[in-house]
Ligand binder design. Structure first.
Ligand code: ADP
Ligand code: MG
Length: 391
């Protein structure tokens, strides 16, 4: 069912513009031209979210927000985004005090509004969505069959999609310990804490975790790779296993961007993964590597059911069709992500992932489709992956 959004604004032009943009996204839209009507509609229609102008006839936006908060009781919370005319700090603070969850300064871009709405809708999603959450979160490991196939891009965007669109609590781990590049993809400085701060603390527990993860504006938490390659070796296989165990107690999803090395640290990640996504493109050298990776994982004892093939840039011209690739590999490709070179590269250059800044683009939708299926797929009874027998 489409979420119902209540728009309270006395400017007919703004009403029309918002109504159009929201309906395009599949929302149901209710409109009110003054504060009193807005308050009444909140009571009778129970919208999922309210966009509330500040300057309104009869009752202004602050009063409406205050009245709603006073009446809804402690167990309910309708998200409210205030629409203010100017960037006056005092006004913003007043809005937030009155009970708004977020504010936007007019004029704003519809994409920005939609992104903030989604984030709030996910945050205040009805509780039933989260019941049935297993006691331990799931680990998704992304492993590139070859460098440059898009492993990092996919790990980052999947993590954001799982959080923003599906309301999951997510930690993204950059396990590319020597040359991790999440700081570049997410525009973060070298001063941020990293996995090395986690493993070099005297005790690794949930309190420590809170101090070493970096909060990203998209709502996900990050465990970054060390700022320089020489400290990477401080992270031992035992650390990795302990860290993952701890992360799974705190997050619904631990999304890991794994580097190429099939070393003991990465095998710890694979042991916890459910599933291991092998990221590939449909070109000859990559297909050769995929075959090798699949063979190696099988030799190491990983169940082939727990290894999934994820084809990136699926519609790029490589001369090899998806069908031909499947035939060559003698197995099916479970998921595909579209090719959108400009979108991917401009996201990288601006430090704002597609799923964060341009969720409505074809590439954004492609990530979201993948995240939706992945979220539903293959959740085992104990929500953990059996550790393979290794010799
Ligand atoms: N679906 C896609 N469509 C177009 N370009 C992509 C896509 N995914 C990744 N790229 C581009 O490919 C390059 C390598 O991506 P990256 O995620 O760093 O790969 P890896 O982590 O496997 O080395 C980047 O320039 C990125 O923008
Ligand atoms: Mg990478």
């Amino acid at each position: 069912m489409a979420a119902k959004i209540l728009v309270v604004d006395d400017d007919a032009h703004v009403q029309r513009m918002l109504s159009y943009a929201l309906k395009q996204e599949g929302y149901d839209v209710l409109s009110a031209a003054d504060g009193a009507e807005g308050f009444r509609l909140w009571g009778t229609e129970a919208p999922a979210l309210i966009l509330l102008d500040v300057m309104l006839p009869k009752m202004d936006g602050y009063q409406v927000a205050q009245k709603i908060r006073a009446e809804e009781g402690p167990n309910a919370h309708v998200p409210i985004i205030m629409l203010t005319a100017e960037s006056d700090v005092e006004q913003r603070i007043r809005g937030l005090r009155a009970g708004a969850d977020d504010y936007l300064i007019k004029p704003f871009h519809p994409a920005e509004l939609l992104a903030r709405m989604r984030s709030l809708l996910a945050r205040f999603a009805p509780r039933e969505v989260l019941v049935g959450r297993p006691p331990l979160g799931r680990v998704f490991a992304f492993y590139g069959a070859k460098g440059g196939v898009g492993t990092t891009t996919i790990a980052i965007n999947t993590a954001i999609a799982l959080h923003r669109e599906l309301g999951r609590k997510v930690c993204l781990v950059d396990a590319n310990l020597q040359f991790g590049d999440h700081r570049v993809f997410l525009d973060l400085g070298l001063d941020r804490k990293s996995i090395v701060d986690a493993v070099s603390a005297p005790t690794m527990d949930a309190d420590l975790l809170r101090t070493v993860v970096v909060h990203h504006d998209s709502g996900i938490d990050l465990l970054l790779a060390p700022p320089s390659p020489e400290t990477a070796e401080l992270v031992t296989p035992a650390h990795m296993s302990q860290l993952l165990e701890l992360l799974r107690t705190v997050y619904d999803y631990v999304v890991i961007d794994v580097d190429k090395r099939l070393d003991e640290v990465n095998l710890q990640t694979f042991d916890a993964a459910n599933p291991i996504y092998v990221v590939m493109t449909a070109d000859l050298s990559c297909l050769k590597n995929v075959r090798l990776v699949l063979e190696t994982l099988a030799h190491l004892g990983y169940e082939s059911d727990n290894v999934k093939l994820l084809l990136n840039r699926s519609n790029a011209f490589t001369g090899i069709s998806v069908g031909a690739a499947e035939k060559a590999l003698k197995r099916s490709i479970e998921h595909q992500i579209l090719n959108e070179y400009r979108g991917a590269i401009s996201a990288l250059n601006s430090g704002a992932p597609v799923m964060y800044a341009k969720a409505d683009s074809p590439l954004g939708r492609s990530f979201l489709d993948f995240a939706r299926v992945a979220d539903k797929q293959g959740v085992p009874a104990d929500a953990g992956a059996p550790a393979p027998a290794r010799t």
